[in-house]
Design a protein around this ligand. Structure first.
Ligand code: ADP
Ligand code: MG
Length: 682
C-alpha cells in the first residue's frame, strides 16, 4: 500500500520545475494525479489506408517514407519540412513547420504510424504536423490517447507519462467507495479498473464502462448527500393552515396596476396551499420581469394576517433592500412591522432586530444570508420565501425553513430548471409558472457587436442619456487581471467611460465594495444622479430601475446565456424603448451562435434550453448555482439513465443505513463531504 496523499514530487518523472506547474493545475498529491481525468480522447489506433482518408479529418495512417525530408525556408523564422509517404493504396505529403529534427528522425524506406489532420486539395493529400512513432513502438500512436486539460509549460506527452507512473504507483492502494453488492448488482468496474481505463482505455467499450462507474459513483454520492440535506419526512407532517380571510383586495388596491392572469393563477395555487394544512413546498418560476415579487408579498401578507411571521431571503443586499422598500410601501397602511436584515447593519441595530424577531414584534423580515445565521430566531415563523433561489444552495434554503416548525415554503426563480434537475432537487416540490409578462412591456432590442462598433455604441449611449435615460455597463471582472488578456474590468472601464461620457455622472458598483457604499450608489442611480453605472454581475438579479434603458455587456462571450438574459432583464422595465448591447471578442462558432440566440429570443425558457444544447459534455450547466456540486465525470444532461439507477440505489442505502454507519458505507460518507465540500453532521 502506498500513501495516496504522498506529495507528487515522489512520482517518477516529476522534477522540481514540474511540481510547480502541476501545483498550478491544482495537483499536489498522488491521489490528485490519479483523479485528474482526461478532457477528451484521440483515437489514434484506428488506422486508415491513404485512399480512405477524408479532407478535414484527423486520422491515423501507417505508411512508408518514400522521399527525403525537404526543407524550405519561407521567411526568416519559418521553415517548412515535407516528406512523401505511401502505403499500398496511395501516397500523401507530410508537412511540419519549424521542426528541423524531423529530418533526422524519419528514415527512407521505413514504416511509421502517423496521426494528423488531412487536407485534400483536388486529390493532393496532405497530413499536417502529424505525430508519429516507428510502427513497432507505439507510444504516441496506435492506441486511444487521453488528452488532459493542461497549462503552458507541460506537454501532453510528458503529462501522460506522469499519469502512467502515478496510476502504476497507486495500483493496489485505491480504496473502493462502492460496496461490493452495488458493484455486482450493477455490473460496475471496481475502482482500480475504472481508474486505469478512464486514463488509458484500450478500446471504446473499456472507456464507456469506466466512465459509467465513475459517473455512477458521483451521482450516487450526490443523491445520498441531498437525502441528508432534505428535511426529514416533510410530506407526512401536518403544516400550518392559514385559514383567516385576509384583506387581499385592500392590499391589491394599493398597487398602480392589476395582476396579470398568470399572476392570479399562481396566486390561487399558493393560496390553496396556504389554506390547506399540508406544508406548502412550492417553486414559482417566471421569466425576468414577470412580477414574482408582488405574489410573494401577497403570501407574506396572508401569513401575517393569520398571526404568523414571514421571511423573504434574497441573494444580494441591494435586492433585499429593494424588496424591503417595495414591500414596506405596500403593507404600510396595514400596521405591519417590516424590517431589513443584511450583513451590514450595525451590531446594536442587529441586536434590536434579533430581539424583535424573537419576541414577535417584527411581522415581516427581508434579508440576505444574514437571515440563516444561527442567532436568528423567530417567535412563530409560518412562511419562508427564497427569491432567486438559483443563487442559493439546497442547504441554505433548508436552514431558513428549519427556523420554524412545519413552515410553508416558497422559492422563486427566473431560471427555468431542467426537469431532471427539478426532480433531483425538489422531489415533491410543486411548480407554478408565471408565463406572462405584464402588459405594455416592449421587446428589448438586442445587438451583438464586435470591437469595431465601440464608437457607435458610445454615441448611441450619449444620445439616450442626453434624452434623460440611463445605462448599465457590465464587466466580467472587478480589477484588471494579468492572466486574462483582453477581459474588461470595472475599475479600468470606469476610467475609460468617465472620459467617454464626460458630461455625465459615471460610477461603479461591484461586490468588493462595502455594503453601505453599494446601497448609496444604487440609491443615486435610482434617483438618476448617476447616468451610467459600470458594474459586475451584482446587478444581475432583480434590480429595478425603470428609467434605465441600455444594458451593455462587455466580453459577453464570458457569460452564460441564462445570465445574459437575467442581465438584459434589468432594462425594459419602464415605458421606454430599451436596448441590450452584447460586446464580444471571439471568433469561435459557438460564441457566434450563442450571440445569435440572444438577438433572436427574448424568452428565458427557450434561451436556457439552447444554452444546454450548445454546451458540450463536460460543461455542466451551472449546476453550482442550484446547489449541486460540480462533477468530474457525470453530466446531468446526458446521464439521466445513470442518475435513475443511482437514485434507487441511494434510496436502498438510505433505508438500510440512513446514518451511513456501516463500515462498508464509510467511504461514501467521506465522498459526500468531499463532493459538497462541507462536513456532514449526522
Ligand atoms: P421579477 O419576476 O423579475 O422578480 P418583479 O416582481 O421585480 O419581477 O416585477 C417587475 C416589475 O413589474 C416591477 O416594477 C413591478 O412593479 C411590475 N409589475 C409586477 N406585476 C405587474 C402587473 N401585473 N402589471 C404591471 N406591472 C407589474
Ligand atoms: Mg425578482
Amino acid at each position: 500500500m502506498v500513501d495516496l496523499d504522498m506529495d507528487l514530487r515522489f512520482i517518477k518523472g516529476v522534477g522540481p520545475a514540474r511540481v510547480e506547474i502541476l501545483n498550478k493545475l491544482g495537483l499536489f498529491t498522488l491521489k490528485d494525479i490519479v483523479n485528474y481525468f482526461p478532457r477528451e480522447y484521440e483515437d489514434r489506433g484506428n488506422y486508415k489506408k491513404i485512399i480512405e482518408v477524408v479532407d478535414g479529418e484527423t486520422v491515423a495512417v501507417k505508411a512508408i517514407i518514400a522521399s527525403n525530408v525537404s526543407e524550405t525556408r519561407v521567411r526568416r523564422n519559418m521553415a517548412i519540412y515535407k516528406a512523401i509517404v505511401r502505403d499500398e493504396t496511395g501516397s500523401m505529403i507530410l508537412t511540419w513547420f519549424n521542426q528541423p529534427y524531423i529530418k533526422k528522425q524519419l528514415k527512407m524506406g521505413e514504416e511509421y504510424s502517423f496521426y494528423g489532420k488531412i487536407k485534400n486539395t483536388f486529390g493532393k493529400i496532405e497530413m499536417q504536423s502529424p505525430v508519429f512513432d516507428e510502427s513497432s513502438k507505439a507510444k504516441n500512436t496506435g492506441k486511444i490517447i487521453p488528452i488532459y486539460p493542461l497549462t503552458n509549460g507541460i506537454t501532453q506527452n510528458v503529462f501522460r507519462g506522469i499519469v502512467e507512473s502515478a496510476v502504476k504507483t497507486a495500483s493496489g492502494s485505491l480504496e473502493d467507495s462502492l460496496p461490493e453488492w452495488i458493484r455486482t448488482q450493477n455490473n460496475l468496474d471496481d475502482i482500480e479498473t475504472a481508474i486505469k481505463n478512464i486514463h488509458f482505455p484500450e478500446h471504446l467499450a473499456q472507456f464507456d464502462k469506466a466512465r459509467y462507474r465513475l459517473a455512477f459513483e458521483e451521482l450516487l454520492t450526490m443523491q445520498l448527500g441531498l437525502l441528508r440535506f432534505k428535511e426529514k419526512g416533510k410530506e407526512d407532517i401536518k403544516g400550518i393552515s392559514f385559514e383567516k380571510d385576509e384583506r387581499m383586495d385592500e392590499l391589491l388596491a394599493t398597487l398602480p396596476y392589476t395582476l396579470t392572469n398568470a399572476q392570479q393563477k399562481v396566486w390561487k395555487e399558493i393560496d390553496a396551499d396556504m389554506k390547506s394544512d399540508k406544508s406548502m413546498n412550492r417553486l414559482v418560476q417566471g421569466d425576468v420581469g414577470s412580477g414574482k415579487t408582488v405574489v410573494a408579498t401577497m403570501a407574506m401578507f396572508k401569513a401575517v394576517r393569520n398571526g404568523y411571521q414571514a421571511a423573504l431571503m434574497a441573494p444580494t443586499a441591494i435586492l433585499a433592500r429593494q424588496h424591503y422598500e417595495g414591500i414596506s410601501k405596500m403593507v404600510s397602511s396595514f400596521g405591519m412591522k417590516v424590517q431589513l436584515l443584511t450583513g451590514d447593519v450595525t451590531k446594536k441595530n442587529k441586536q434590536i432586530i434579533l430581539d424583535e424577531l424573537k419576541n414577535g414584534e417584527i411581522d415581516m423580515i427581508i434579508g440576505t444570508h444574514a437571515l440563516i445565521e444561527e442567532n436568528v430566531e423567530f417567535k412563530n415563523i409560518g412562511l419562508v420565501i427564497t427569491d432567486e433561489q438559483h443563487r442559493f444552495g439546497v442547504r441554505q434554503r433548508g436552514i431558513l425553513s428549519s427556523k420554524g416548525e412545519k413552515v410553508d415554503t416558497l422559492v422563486m426563480t427566473a431560471t427555468p430548471i431542467p426537469r431532471t434537475l427539478a426532480i433531483i432537487l425538489y422531489g415533491d416540490l410543486d411548480i407554478s409558472i408565471i408565463d406572462e409578462l405584464p402588459p405594455g412591456r416592449q421587446k428589448i432590442d438586442t445587438f451583438a457587436v464586435r470591437r469595431n462598433m465601440e464608437e457607435r455604441v458610445n454615441n448611441f449611449v450619449i444620445k439616450e442619456i442626453t434624452d434623460g435615460r440611463q445605462a448599465y455597463i457590465v464587466c466580467p471582472l472587478v480589477e484588471e487581471s494579468e492572466n486574462m488578456d483582453g477581459v474588461k474590468s470595472v475599475t479600468e472601464q470606469l476610467e475609460y467611460y468617465k472620459k467617454v461620457f464626460r458630461d455625465f455622472n459615471v460610477e461603479m458598483l461591484h461586490g468588493k465594495m462595502r455594503p453601505k457604499e453599494k446601497d448609496e450608489i444604487m440609491a443615486r442611480f435610482k434617483a438618476n444622479e448617476i447616468q451610467v453605472l459600470i458594474s459586475t454581475t451584482v446587478i444581475e438579479v432583480g434590480v429595478d430601475v425603470p428609467n434605465s434603458t441600455i444594458m451593455i455587456v462587455e466580453n459577453a462571450e464570458r457569460f452564460g446565456l441564462a445570465q445574459l438574459h437575467q442581465l438584459r432583464g434589468r432594462v425594459g422595465r419602464g415605458k421606454f424603448k430599451s436596448y441590450c448591447i452584447l460586446k464580444y471578442d471571439s471568433k469561435s462558432d459557438v460564441v457566434r451562435q450563442r450571440m445569435e440566440i440572444m438577438q433572436k429570443s427574448n424568452d428565458g425558457f427557450v434561451i436556457s434550453e439552447k444554452d444546454l444544447e450548445l454546451r458540450g459534455p463536460g460543461d455542466f450547466f451551472g449546476t453550482k448555482q442550484h446547489g449541486i456540486p460540480e462533477f468530474k465525470v457525470a453530466n446531468l444532461f446526458v446521464d439521466v439513465p445513470i442518475l435513475k439507477v443511482a437514485q434507487s440505489v441511494a434510496n436502498t442505502i438510505n433505508e438500510d443505513d440512513p446514518e451511513l454507519k456501516l463500515p462498508e458505507n464509510g467511504m461514501l460518507l467521506r465522498k459526500i463531504e468531499e463532493l459538497f465540500k462541507e462536513k456532514i453532521s449526522l
